[in-house]
Design a protein around this ligand. Structure first.
Ligand SMILES: N[C@@H](CCC(=O)N[C@@H](CS)C(=O)NCC(=O)O)C(=O)O
Length: 255
């Protein structure tokens, strides 16, 4: 049996994405939480600080999208990156990676530094702390840490900061609906692929883990239906965040 380890913290959308690949394929794996302040302790062997790191039988790789193909090579059942649809998947994956996933960091780039931002940042720190304990002063300054994180600052180069955050969110929801096409899954595909699992955990994370009160995507009927369909392929908490931090069930928002 393969020895599969996923290194990362659950507040990273890329880590949640690779986690969902593994859950969908039904691969037995160990999640090794990474303390963002002490990454060397767990992923020192990669000579880097970037998560997720997927390790299979002693070989490791970064880059969440590449994980899909690697997993298909080793575990061909339930393909995440099926040969017949690669062109379409590559096209939509570029949109997901270059626009959708990066947009999740926008509040930390140029959002208002208001009470709501601080409350969410503290909640994120609590979620990290549940897996890898952080000193209280570090948790308290988490909002500032997020705004200063180098990799988040670097993302701002790929974002049109002249578009407001609300407009960007609304646009991306509509583009996501276009990419679902007539469904049932992203790209109009009959089976879920890496595309669905790159987006799904991000849309539900904030709601399930108490960062926002409403599941905003559920306000769009085509997205709500798609969320229901994808959720049937994953466990109730597919995010890698500690179960004890989960405050809501997805079924409450989708019924
Ligand atoms: N393109 C990468 C992006 C991964 C990424 O940006 N990870 C962030 C966490 S959300 C990270 O590890 N940042 C710290 C660093 O790069 O040093 C992927 O898809 O895996």
């Amino acid at each position: 049996m393969a020895n599969v380890k996923l290194y990362g913290y659950a507040t990273s959308p890329y880590v949640r994405k690779t986690g969902c690949f593994l859950y969908y394929k039904g691969i037995d794996f160990t999640h090794i939480p990474v303390n963002p302040l002490k990454v060397k302790a767990t992923i020192g062997h990669t000579n880097g600080t970037q998560v997720p790191v997927l390790e299979i039988n002693g070989k490791w790789r970064r880059e969440s999208s590449d994980h899909a193909q690697w997993l298909d090579e080793l575990f061909p059942e339930k393909p995440l990156y099926p040969e017949a649809h690669r062109q379409k998947i590559d096209h939509i994956d570029r949109w997901i990676s270059n626009q959708y996933l990066i947009s999740l960091f926008r509040p930390a780039i140029d959002g208002s530094l208001n009470l709501e931002f601080v409350r969410r940042a503290w909640r994120l720190a609590a979620i990290v702390n549940a897996d890898t304990p952080l000193p209280l002063p570090v948790r308290l300054i988490w909002p500032v840490g997020l705004r200063r994180a180098r990799f988040i600052q670097d993302m701002s180069r790929h974002i049109d900061l002249t578009e407001s955050i609300d407009d960007m969110r609304a646009r991306l929801f509509l583009e996501l609906i276009e990419h679902i096409d007539d469904g049932p899954f992203l790209g109009g595909l009959e089976q879920p692929t890496m595309l669905d699992f790159a987006v799904f955990p991000q849309l539900i994370f904030s709601y399930l883990f108490g960062l926002e009160e409403q599941l905003s995507a559920a306000a769009y009927p085509p997205l709500k239906d798609w969320l229901k369909r994808v959720s049937e392929h994953l466990p109730n908490n597919p995010t890698l965040a500690a179960d004890k931090m989960q405050v809501r069930a997805l079924s409450d928002a989708l019924s």
